[in-house]
Write a protein that binds this ligand. Structure first.
Ligand code: NAP
Ligand code: 12T
Length: 340
């Protein structure tokens, strides 16, 4: 029996925070004490952990005294301000926002890809969890890169509304209800209706014409894979799906990798499940990816338009592997290898 740990969850009432609490329970993480934190809007709320109702506390600068591990998922500005405060109080922070991901002193970790980078946490006390779309992509790219060296990736995403948070889940549901009842369609979260629509717009637009989400996929991939030579270009798109991000990947490799070889490599890859039987209409879909932790891969086929090209289709649960599960997996490595 190892020791157990005092764990704070900042943003515990949110889409990701609630899943973090559920993952800690599901995976039987050694929690001595759970401290759910949120804004003053959540005063009076509780989270359920192992059958017990734990009151949510308001996050402030004194919240982290005595905490061993702090999982942050309360937005970038909260992370920017409070992650260093938590680290100074002695907690190791696993941060799910984009605030610290590209800081050279902060490791950016997907356990199946670069667990060794966790060691760098000692510098700042902070470990960054990558963007949801990046996480599921690198889980698949890493074994292919090791086998054949990836030169370039062209990715288009089909992202669920849960990536934006709880309000967006409510908005899609409310819009569908309003449309079926001939009522005025509410619209607050996105600049356009999302029900029965597709928006080529995730996060904010940048000067270079890309969205911030697209540039996260470019920059985070290089950092996690530890290889700046991998070229990535992305188009990130919101679709009216509740849970599960899908991605169409076009991959160019230095050495030839046939679909048969790619399938053999992916069959052995941690965190990956091949779902690829076109004759039986079997391919990855959000409805099947939701509620589990593997990245599903299918439609594995050759890109005949270039010498060494592959096309594939991947789907994962963006709130689980894309956020909460990945953070808890990092925390598991922390307690097993560093905080004993
Ligand atoms: P959400 O459903 O809107 O939840 C936001 C959470 O943050 C709630 O618990 C909220 O508490 C809390 N919060 C907001 N402002 C706060 C404040 N001033 N003080 C304390 N707590 C505050 O959003 P979400 O989808 O869970 O996402 C939360 C974070 O995770 C964001 O940083 C987002 O970028 C990141 N995220 C990352 C990924 C990824 O790609 N890995 C995926 C999704 C989200 P109240 O209930 O009290 O308002
Ligand atoms: N805007 O973690 O809207 O950087 O789906 C993740 C998801 C930011 C992030 C989204 C976002 C992040 C979204």
């Amino acid at each position: 029996m190892g020791r157990s740990y005092k764990v704070a969850v900042a943003g515990a009432t949110g889409a990701v925070g609630q899943q973090m609490v559920a993952c800690l329970e599901e995976r039987n993480f050694p929690v001595a004490e759970l401290k759910p934190l949120a804004s003053e809007r959540s005063i009076g709320k509780h989270v359920t952990f192992k059958g017990r109702e734990i009151p949510v506390e308001v996050l402030d600068k004194d919240s982290f005294a005595g905490i061993d591990i702090a999982l942050f998922s309360a937005g970038g500005s909260i992370s920017k301000e409070y992650a260093p405060i938590a680290a100074r109080a002695g907690a190791v922070v696993v941060d799910n926002s984009s605030a610290w991901r590209m800081d050279p002193d902060v490791p950016l970790v997907v356990p199946e890809v670069n667990p060794q980078d966790i060691a760098l946490y000692k510098k700042t006390g902070i470990i960054a969890n990558p963007n949801c779309s990046t996480i599921q992509m690198v889980v698949v790219l890493k074994p292919l890169h090791d086998a054949a060296t990836i030169k370039r990736v062209v990715v288009s995403t089909y992202q669920a509304v849960s990536g934006t948070g709880q309000k967006a889940v409510g908005e899609l549901a409310a819009q569908v209800r309003a449309l079926f009842n001939n009522q005025e369609v509410p619209r607050k979260v996105y600049p356009h209706r999302i029900a029965f629509n597709v928006l080529p717009h995730i996060d904010v637009f940048l000067e270079n014409g890309y969205t911030k989400e697209e540039m996260k996929m470019v920059n985070e991939t290089k950092k996690i894979m530890g290889d700046d030579s991998i070229e990535v270009t992305a188009t990130t798109v919101r679709v009216p799906v509740f849970y599960g991000h899908s991605e169409a990947l076009n991959i160019e490799t230095e050495r030839k990798l046939t679909p048969v070889q790619a399938r053999a490599v992916l069959a052995e890859a941690p965190g990956v499940k091949i779902v690829d039987d076109p004759a039986k209409n079997q391919y990855p879909m959000p409805l099947d990816a939701a509620g589990q932790d593997l990245t599903l891969v299918g439609r594995i086929r050759e890109d005949f338009s270039i010498e060494n090209g592959l096309n594939l289709w991947i789907v994962a649960d963006n709130v689980r592997k894309g956020a909460a599960t990945n953070a808890v997996q990092i925390a598991e490595i922390l307690v097993n290898d560093y905080l004993k």
